[in-house]
Design a protein around this ligand. Sequence first.
Ligand SMILES: Cc1cc2nc3c(=O)[nH]c(=O)nc-3n(C[C@H](O)[C@H](O)[C@H](O)COP(=O)(O)O)c2cc1C
Length: 207
Amino acid sequence: MQEMGLFEAMYTQRQITRFKPDPVPREAIDKVIEAATKAPSGGNNQPWHFFAITDKELISKIGAIYGELWLGARGAQPQPGESSAYQAARYLANHMHEVPAMVLICADHSQAPGYTPGEPMERGRYGSSIWLAAQNLFLAARALGLGTRLTTTHIRREQEIKDMLGMPEYVETMALTPLGYLRGRFGPTDRRPVSEVSSYNRWGSQG
Ligand SMILES: Cc1cc2nc3c(=O)[nH]c(=O)nc-3n(C[C@H](O)[C@H](O)[C@H](O)COP(=O)(O)O)c2cc1C
């Protein structure tokens, strides 16, 4: 397999909503999860778990929950003047139940030093480690020609999803990403200019 350059992957890794129905090979899912596990984490505790979902029935049920939540919050019909980001998100909400694969990017609170079973989870505690791993997963997927999108809308019905998947209480599902070959193309992202979001030596200065 021809490797793609890191900068090309970063600069073209758009958040994808339209997927082909083709299944994602197991080796590709294994590879993106392996790349995620190479991320740094506080104390190298690696407080993560990557839960791949390839079973069509599970995808359909979880996708339906996601769709109900997203459309319930934003309305079933497009809003006047809806931004392109929300138009894309709406498309995904209507199609999450039929994506080829999903990965739930989770925090595993049992990895905390001194963790006691039954201890309540401090939600978001491992975010700074988990998000680095998530970006590794996204970039690896991009390099393999696979699309991803970071979504968090499922969280409002997290317990239902955890029960469906047999997840223990100490696992926090932080992001649900669809995974698949895309319809359409990767491409440049629409971002504010660097000069607007960076400074050198003094706030607002590029000098
Ligand atoms: C923290 C976070 C939460 C997000 N939640 C959702 C979500 O629930 N549903 C969704 O469709 N997209 C979600 N997104 C994707 C953003 O809408 C997307 O990153 C943004 O529109 C930029 O897309 P682009 O990279 O294609 O330009 C989320 C992204 C982040 C970083």
